[in-house]
Design a protein around this ligand. Structure first.
Ligand code: NAD
Length: 271
């Protein structure tokens, strides 16, 4: 958004905001005085999340991968809240985490559809509304899986790679419309879903921590904080950027895990 728009009560549409990072982002926006249209595929999750934010926020349930749903979400947002300034393309699913040789085309296609079709359809619908104001901001949820080759994530990686590239293409196309388009690329985030997988032994946090310079997973609020910066006027000259929010995961290139850093001698004058 351009500078000088602080007096307007901004309106944001956050997809997949019934849980996890999307919910944390909706909560952060509400605290910042932004009106939120909460989308989720699960209508009850969307309604509960919108109600939990307080008065002035609405639910716009629907499937981001469905063209008519995406158009309706934007229409309902503008009809109920008067405008659309911010879109966060957050809705997402996993691909079953299977080796490529075992991946079924249906799961592969659905993963691509939710992330890539969803980002395209909702961004396009939102940009048509934002164009009316001559300004807007879009933040996409990419991932370390969209930047690096992670085994057993063939569908998810392809989907997040598509999201990263659409971020760059749309930033170039829509700068002339006053619309900034950026992405965050989180590492592993402790959402309720991930906590459940950790509790059931399906995710081994030790391996992630060993590979992450900051030696921990992120909290959803730490991703929401960066999204809040990107939609703010403080980021008025930032577009086409894919910001890693990964505790250093994608920067780390040593041929040993981070525990090996303990063995590195740091000279006294360097401390
Ligand atoms: N959690 C992580 O470690 C992590 C890391 C990197 C990127 N991400 C990305 O961040 C985003 C949010 O992830 P999360 O961990 O909070 O997920 P989550 O599963 O906790 O929440 C995702 C929400 O999206 C909704 N959703 C799924 N498909 C939808 C559809 N077709 N239309 C509308 N809503 C739909 C779900 O109902 C759910 O409420 C995703 O795009 C994910 O790929 C997550």
């Amino acid at each position: 958004m351009g500078r000088g728009s602080d007096h307007i009560t901004k309106v944001a549409l956050v997809s997949g905001a019934g849980a996890g990072i999307g919910l944390a982002t909706a909560q952060r926006f509400a605290r910042d005085g932004i009106r939120v249209a909460v989308n989720d595929l699960d209508p009850k999750a969307a309604a509960d999340a919108a109600a939990s934010l307080g008065a002035g926020h609405i639910a716009v349930p629907g499937d981001v991968a469905c063209q008519s749903d995406a158009a309706q979400m934007v229409e309902q947002t503008v009809a109920a809240l008067g405008r659309l300034d911010i879109l966060v393309n957050n809705a997402g699913i996993g691909d079953g985490a299977l080796p490529a040789l075992n991946q079924q085309i249906e799961q592969f296609r659905r993963t691509l559809s939710v992330h890539a079709d969803g980002c395209f359809l909702l961004s396009r619908a939102a940009a048509k509304a934002m164009r009316e104001n001559g300004a807007g901001v879009i933040v996409n949820l990419s991932s370390i899986a969209g930047q690096m080759g992670i085994p057993n994530r063939i569908g998810y990686a392809a989907a997040k790679g598509a999201v990263s590239m659409m971020t760059r293409v749309l930033a170039c196309e829509w700068a002339a419309l006053g619309i900034r388009v950026n992405a965050v690329a989180p590492g592993y985030v402790r959402t309720a879903l991930v906590e459940g997988l950790i509790a059931s032994g399906q995710i081994d946090t030790r391996g992630i921590e060993a590979r992450t310079p900051m030696r921990r997973l992120a909290a959803p609020e730490e991703i929401a904080d960066v999204i809040a910066f990107l939609v703010s006027d403080q980021a008025s000259y930032v577009t086409g950027a894919i910001i890693p929010v990964d505790g250093g995961y994608s920067a780390f290139g040593a041929p040993f895990d981070c525990a090996g850093m303990d063995a590195l001698e740091i000279p006294a004058e360097g401390r």
